[in-house]
Design a protein around this ligand. Structure first.
Ligand code: C2E
Ligand code: MG
Ligand code: MG
Ligand code: MG
Length: 280
């Protein structure tokens, strides 16, 4: 709005500005109804261990089907957070992902891990831990197969409650992953303070492979450090064979990215991988 642009911004008024705040408004009111209107759905992006045909895990990613268009989270998560809608939506995401995960376990993907993203706003809800407990109990999905993805900035903005919440999740047996690792301001502090199971190497690092030797050196340092601390690694945003080979060669053994699998609907996932469950 005009405020963020400074007091002279009206001098530079362009029609797009109006359109943009108009879109924001329209999206805001449509978002409120999206859950009830059944417009949300999840896609699942597979994660692979080196050389394996079957995924070791999936990350659940939220999508919004609205007016015949599929909208990605960048366009509605920030607004959902502002409006507090993310709390209810986040619970829906968790329940849907755990229900699907349970189904996959029953179909023979017996140790498939399911990763779910958590927003900072959800972290501030007192009911977060009981909510997760309840969803696991209701869906029958094993806590050890669930991984909660949080960011470094989330732990920073919730420094008081983070130790208790993460401790409680750990006690439940739920895994904790740091998403977009290395892009925040507290990467190392985070590792010293919290019971982290997995680091997800941010795609901006992965995309620098073959281009920036300094970033490559940072990746190597992350791999070494994770090894010493007994923390698992997942590289995200792997698009090329060169990136994959570099990562596998340096000891990052789980890969996620368009090269090995796009985010997909459950039926697409089944078509890709369920046949691998049958002996041929
Ligand atoms: P993220 O958790 O870091 O998820 C990874 C993002 O990278 C996803 O974007 C995924 O589609 C994309 N991606 C995967 N492989 C590649 C690749 O090879 N190349 C490139 N360029 N991109 C790749 P998406 O689905 O648009 O999600 C964006 C962000 O929205 C996520 O980033 C996550 O922070 C957030 N998000 C998604 N689902 C949820 C949710 O259910 N709850 C919350 N709170 N946040 C969510
Ligand atoms: Mg994530
Ligand atoms: Mg990420
Ligand atoms: Mg990201």
């Amino acid at each position: 709005g005009a405020k963020e642009l400074g007091s002279n911004s009206m001098l530079f008024y362009r029609p797009e500005m109006h359109t943009r705040s108009g879109e924001r408004f329209a999206i805001g009111s449509a978002l409120k109804n999206a859950l009830g209107a059944n417009e949300f759905f999840l896609v699942y992006q597979p994660q692979f261990r080196a050389g394996a045909q079957r995924p070791v895990g999936v990350e659940a990613l939220l999508r919004w089907r609205h007016n015949g268009e599929v909208i990605t989270p960048d366009r509605f998560i920030p607004l959902s957070e502002e409006k507090g809608l993310i709390v209810e939506v986040g619970e829906w995401v968790l329940r849907t992902a755990c229900t699907q995960g349970r189904l996959w376990h029953e179909q023979g993907f017996s140790d498939l891990r399911v990763a779910v993203n958590l927003s900072a706003r959800q972290f501030r809800e007192r009911t977060l831990v009981p909510m997760i407990y309840e969803v696991l109990e209701e869906t029958g999905f094993p806590p050890a197969a669930l991984e909660i993805e949080i960011t470094e900035s989330l732990t920073l903005s919730n420094a008081n409650s983070a130790p208790n919440i993460l401790g409680a999740l750990k006690e439940m047996g739920v895994g904790i992953a740091i998403d977009d690792f290395g892009t925040g301001y507290s990467s190392l502090a985070c590792l010293g303070r919290y019971p982290i199971d997995t680091l997800k190497i941010d795609l901006s690092f992965v995309q620098a492979i073959g281009r920036d030797p300094r970033v490559e050196a940072i990746i190597c340092a992350i791999v070494a450090m994770a090894g010493t601390l007994g923390i698992a690694l997942v590289a995200e945003g792997v698009e090329t064979e060169a990136q994959r080979d570099f990562l596998l060669g340096r000891g990052c053994d789980v890969i996620q990215g368009y090269l090995v699998g796009k985010p997909m609907l459950p039926q697409e996932f089944d078509a890709h991988f369920a046949s691998g469950l049958l002996p041929h």
